[in-house]
Design a protein around this ligand. Structure first.
Ligand code: SF4
Ligand code: SF4
Length: 289
């Protein structure tokens, strides 16, 4: 499980290369993109060469007005905290993109004029990437919710697929931050790699993430990405977080080039110093596992 506590640290860059490395060196892996609000792991692994399945999931609810009962008293409008109820041409309408399905409106409606419909919240895709990695992607539809559940289901499907194929490893690329989808990614994982960049906001995010990992008794280890970018050393970060440093990766523009070319760094420039450093870190990850 790879997470960061803050966006932009290079977590997905790290996850995509780790998945690529395990696939080549250990005969197979399932990579899971658990960042349902902005999935990009498949792109970092070369895009889809073959889509092998798409599952659409419900779990979101939207208010639906029964106009045969609605008296246009508008009592519901004032209780909607999400500004999802509006009056257009004298008629109450629900803005489906804003409605969170919280049901507050139906509690105040004395005419029982508000019902709810279940709508699609997201999809789980299965693809073989163009770098030959099996990728399970969570993707939220616009206005969709329940990302924690989506991640949980994606991890379940990834486990099933890994056992079917006889793969021993699953790499989960978590969402940024420490919210519900991240917690859903962390729970029951064997190892958490926290990817940190040498900046204060990233260290603070990592501290919060480590608290969550400790709460669930998940062993966490540190990887520092973009070293040389600031004067903060990887050892200082490891001391502040109180976790073991597995290694560090230098800041280099070539990483941006590899991402623009949609190729894992290990495939793009295998002999570059960044690739060498990545392999060193991955060797440590596998030793710790
Ligand atoms: S509270 Fe009920 S009756 Fe009144 S406007 Fe809202 S939906 Fe219509
Ligand atoms: S369910 Fe909640 S968010 Fe949706 S319209 Fe009713 S009060 Fe607003």
């Amino acid at each position: 499980m790879v997470a960061s506590g803050k966006g932009g640290t290079g977590k997905s860059f790290f996850s995509s290369n780790l998945a690529y490395y395990i696939n080549v060196e250990y005969g197979g892996v399932v990579a899971v993109d658990a960042d349902a609000e902005a999935p990009d792991l498949l792109l970092l692994l070369g895009g889809s060469c073959k889509c092998v399945g798409v599952e659409r999931l419900g779990g979101s609810w939207r208010a639906l007005i029964d106009y045969s009962r609605c008296t246009s008293c508008l009592e519901c409008v004032s209780v909607c905290r999400f500004y999802a109820l509006d009056v257009v041409d004298g008629k109450l309408v629900v803005n489906k993109l804003y409605c969170e399905g919280c049901r507050a409106c139906s509690l105040v409606c004395r005419y029982n004029a508000i019902d709810f419909i279940e709508v699609e919240s997201g999809v789980i895709r299965h693809d073989i990437s163009c770098s030959n990695v099996y990728v399970v992607t969570t993707d939220l539809v616009i206005g969709g919710r329940n990302t924690g559940k989506l991640v949980y289901l994606a991890r379940e499907q990834a486990s099933k697929k890994a056992s079917e194929k006889g793969y021993k490893y699953i790499v989960v690329d978590a969402a940024a931050g420490i919210g519900c989808p991240v917690i859903s990614s962390i729970v029951n994982s064997d190892l958490l790699v926290i990817v940190v960049e040498p900046t204060k906001p990233s260290i603070n995010g990592a501290l919060r993430l480590k608290d969550i990992a400790d709460h669930f008794s998940i062993d966490s280890y540190l990887v520092v990405n973009k070293t040389g970018f600031t004067s903060i050393s990887p050892e200082d970060i490891a001391r502040e977080l109180g976790i073991e440093l597995l290694g560090s990766i230098p800041y280099d523009r070539v990483v941006v080039d590899s991402i623009a070319c949609m190729k894992p760094m290990l495939a793009y420039k295998p002999d570059h110093v960044v690739s060498k450093k990545l392999r060193e870190v991955f060797t440590r990850v596998m030793e710790v596992l």
